[in-house]
Design a protein around this ligand. Structure first.
Ligand code: HDE
Length: 713
């Protein structure tokens, strides 16, 4: 399937800046046609190059200058164009036009990112993901610069450079790249109790998404909606993926980083090219301004969520990504987001983290994009034209006419005019502000553990185990024992058994005083330690567990078909058609890239060879039907590779379907050793195999069988 050609106001605007070399002659940047692009101009064919060679000079000079500084955070990114459609009017709460006119479609550009790594680092780092959206509204650009986690590490912008310095590679040796598993990060965290809620999110599998299209987006801060009457509501922004929220296992993440470090970027690109457009429901949590003090946390505190059980998320729109950029640098790299780009009907709150961000983003673009005219770069242009008296600066593109660049003026007829509010002129919410000038934190910000606990308690057992293991992995890389001890001390405020389990694995001795529950046996299953009886009054929020987001769809799932020569053509094609009809993507993996000869004499073209990919790149495996195929897959050369595929998919709790005649492979793999019920292993014996396979893939993984599946490895 090929994506249909999209167009909208923004794409039309971009089109006017696009060029194509198709059927054109090569020219210099001055438009001069070039006759020889192979050799520099020399004094004799073995002589020195002449300074006169303006063509060589231009080419090399441009090359020498073709890098700009990468973003200081969120350097690695992937972008896509799309559209935001409003399904339900929010006119009661906001006058922002793109949120009030039902059916209105607003062009968007979205950039996803990791935070800590360099531009060339892996997509699969354990990290927060940026989820930044530029809405090209008719009233100007609105940027929602969010993350895939709804809270943040710190409460005040003053701590941001410290946080980032702590997580980035250590300054003396620039190690480690794109990883928080090191001394300085955990040193900082161990001394910052306010970060513990975010640490729960970061150590959960949310930090290793299966794809961008399977992660949530959050505005994080409370913002304000202002309606036509000037009434304000606090608002929290949510994006809920139509495919559910899904992650890979940490073991997979590490292997994918080697096999395909562009895994997320590729998935986004290929999905859009294949017409499988990533989609999210857009939702809002709304709180009347007068209810500000109703909660046991402060709405201005960015380390807190508003639990969905307390304020439900109202779904009002759809975000769809439907077009890949034409050029990575021009669009994804040069796009400049800023939480301060707002439109009438949306306003800021006094969240001290947000307030700091309002300064930082323009400042960073000035150094990154080289001057104050970055708003004129095509991807950053608003779809309505810009009119003001700002002028000049590096790389000015617009040609403002006339001799007036000041206001008030009479020569220019007073233009451009200020807009009245009724004409869409932006006016900040009139809010009363009072108080002594203080450098202090509000007392309403001091509870650092309740919501960390809420998050942990809301996780399913497999999710809890993954979180524990993530902490164990990360803290095992911390070389200073005192830091490890302090983190365990912090964890104990969240959940004692979590702290105990981690402590045990990272060489921290648990003192009786801190852990009254010393009766926990050393071989206890962590799942048993999390029972509600131990903490009977613990609150749970269902929305916080990814396990509750499973959707009944295999749209966009990638299924690896492993096969050798002689594979049963009918069985393979049948299954392929069934899976593709449900929106899955089938890719053939064979011993080599040579076409596979099937039982009926036809041939199938593999996309991968057994040694060029790995099972971690697929959501499920089908082991191709037929004894001849099995025989080839079991040759001494192929067998270890095939078994690695199967055993890894099994260990990572994926669905595997063994076709007819593959029993020998089944028996040689770890799957053949299984001694438990496993709904995700489908064999030739099952009469409804394809249907069962589809059902199992839709469930994402059988995480609940992880311990049992791994016990056999
Ligand atoms: Fe950012 N952040 N940030 N941030 N942030 C940047 O801006 C900053 C914060 C987020 O795809 C930078 O253009 C400060 C929270 C995203 O281009 C920089 C503070 C959230 C992106 C910056 C924060 C974010 C950035 C680096 C604390 C989630 C990538 C390059 C006061 C709500 C946008 C750039 C893109 C990027 C500063 C905290 C999200 C330096 C000072 C909280 C998604 O300006």
């Amino acid at each position: 399937m090929k994506a249909p050609k999209k167009t909208n106001k923004k794409l039309d605007q971009l089109e006017s800046h696009s060029t194509s070399n198709d059927q054109e002659k090569l020219t210099t940047n001055q438009g001069l046609k070039i006759n020889n692009n192979q050799d520099s101009l020399k004094a004799g064919d073995r002589g020195p190059t002449l300074l006169e060679d303006f063509i060589l000079r231009e080419k090399i000079t441009h090359f020498d200058h073709e890098r700009i500084p990468e973003r200081v955070v969120h350097a690695r990114g992937s972008g896509a164009h799309g559209v935001f459609k409003l399904n339900k009017s929010l006119a009661k709460y906001t006058k922002a036009k793109f949120l009030t006119e039902v059916g209105k479609e607003t062009p968007v550009f979205v950039r996803f990112s990791t935070v800590a790594g360099n531009r060339g680092s892996t997509d699969l780092a354990r990290d927060v993901r940026g989820f930044a959206i530029k809405f090209y509204t008719d009233e100007g650009n609105y940027d929602l610069v969010g993350n895939n986690m709804p809270v943040f590490f710190i409460q005040d912008a003053m701590k941001f450079p410290d946080l980032v310095h702590a997580v980035k590679p250590e300054p003396h040796n620039e190690i480690p790249q794109a990883a928080s598993a090191h001394d300085t990060f955990w040193d900082f965290i161990s001394l910052m109790p306010e970060s513990m809620h975010m640490i729960m999110w970061l150590m959960s599998d949310r930090a290793i998404p299966r794809s961008f299209s399977r992660m949530e987006g959050f505005g994080v801060h409370s913002f304000k909606f202002i309606n036509d009457e000037g009434k304000a509501h606090f608002v929290k922004f949510h994006f809920k993926p139509k495919l559910g929220v899904h992650s890979v296992a940490w073991d997979e993440a590490q292997r994918i980083s080697g096999v395909d470090p562009d895994f997320h970027k590729r998935d986004l690109w290929e999905s859009i090219e294949n017409g499988i457009f990533p989609e999210w429901d857009f939702g809002v949590q709304l709180i009347p301004e007068e209810d500000e003090d109703k909660y046991d946390f402060d709405l201005l505190d960015p380390t807190k969520i508003v639990p969905e059980e307390e304020v439900p998320v109202q779904l009002v729109g759809t975000l769809t990504l439907n077009k890949n950029p034409e050029n990575f640098f021009a669009e994804t790299e040069q796009v400049a987001f800023h939480p301060g780009h707002i439109v009438p009907g949306i306003d800021f709150t006094n969240d001290p983290l947000l307030q700091g961000r309002l300064f930082s983003y323009t400042d960073t673009q000035l150094i990154r994009l080289g001057g104050p005219n970055f708003h004129e770069i095509p991807i950053n242009r608003s779809v309505n034209t810009v009119h003001n008296n700002q002028r000049d600066g590096y790389m000015r593109q617009q040609i403002p006419k006339g001799k007036v660049s000041y206001e008030p003026n009479s020569i220019g007829g007073g233009c451009p005019f200020q807009a009245m509010m009724s004409e869409g002129g932006f006016a900040s919410q009139e809010a009363r502000v009072s108080g002594a000038k203080v450098r202090e934190r509000s007392r309403s910000f001091v509870d650092h553990y309740s919501q960390a606990k809420l998050f942990y308690n809301s996780q399913s057992t497999p999710e809890k185990i993954h979180l524990q293991n993530a902490l164990i992995f990360e803290l095992s890389k911390v070389t200073i024992p005192a830091i490890r001890e302090r983190v365990v001390g912090q964890l104990a405020f969240i959940d004692k058994s979590l702290a105990w389990r981690v402590a045990e694995k990272i060489g921290v001795t648990v003192k009786e005083l801190e852990f009254p529950n010393q009766s926990i046996p050393a071989d206890a299953n962590p799942a048993d330690l999390q029972s509600e009886e131990r903490e009977p009054n613990t609150k749970i929020s269902k929305a916080l567990s990814m396990q509750n987001t499973v959707k009944d769809t295999i749209l966009g799932r990638k299924i690896g078909f492993i096969m050798g020569n002689g594979v049963d053509a009918e069985a393979v094609n049948d299954l392929k058609l069934k899976l593709e009809a449900e929106g899955a993507v089938v890719e053939i993996i064979a011993p080599s890239l040579a076409p596979v000869k099937t039982s009926d004499g036809s041939s199938l073209t593999p996309k991968h060879s057994l040694s060029s990919t790995a099972s971690v790149c697929f959501d499920a495996l089908f082991i191709g039907t037929g004894e001849d195929s099995t025989k080839e897959l079991l040759t001494p050369e192929n067998k270890p590779l095939v078994l690695r595929f199967i055993n890894e998919a099994y260990k990572h709790c994926k669905a595997i379907y063994f076709g007819d005649g593959t029993e020998a492979l089944y028996m040689s793999s770890n799957v053949g050793l299984k001694k438990h019920e496993d709904p995700a292993i489908i064999t030739w014996e099952n009469k409804k195999s394809p249907e069962k396979f589809i059902e199992a893939i839709a469930k994402h993984r059988v995480w609940e069988l992880e311990l049992e599946r791994n016990a056999q490895n």
